[in-house]
Ligand binder design. Sequence first.
Ligand code: E4P
Length: 218
Amino acid sequence: MKIFLDTADLDEIRRASQAGLIDGITTNPSLLAKVAGDRAPRDIFLDICREVDGPVSAEVVAIDADGMISEGRRLAEIHENIVVKVPLTEDGLRACRTLREGGVRVNVTLCFSATQALLAAKAGASYISPFVGRLDDVGHDGMELVAEIREIYDEYDLETEILAASLRHPKHVLGSALLGADCATLPPAVLYKLLRHPLTDVGLESFLADWETLGKGL
Ligand code: E4P
């Protein structure tokens, strides 16, 4: 399963990328707003693309198909790593189809049902983003949605990649991997929670203490 970082924070992106922990980036307008200051979104996307050798999702903000298509084309021109993110609306799927016909990769976002995911795949989406955590927040089971989409895409040999999104903790990531999601996007805090284990820390501490008793270097 590919791991993407869900952030527009360049320091976090650089850290995870240099450690070889991530395969790509997802952003959304809210994540951009957190870090932008007086910088133009275009410059932020370009910096991210230069840092990461993989897909970088950049979202349109128009809500009509023509507006999304023109924003999507402008985003795609920024860098070859850009994947254009469109919302799962009727206009979003129209834009998805047109952008795909022009060779632009599209991530269809804000997916909350398996039937939405089916329509997105039929519109040629490269990625579908089911929002697991936001479904859990309203008392549904977000992981169940990932399972349903996997089943439908496998049944019909649909090539759209499942990009599990809105993941809030390591169990979401584990669940996504076990269910066969193609990618998972996580906030930096969740990424490092995957990495750390208290028994690793304890084990390392005791190995180092025992090594000290040798009184010799390598
Ligand atoms: C996905 O592409 C979105 O940016 C993100 O995962 C949304 O997560 P949230 O529900 O924690 O905002």
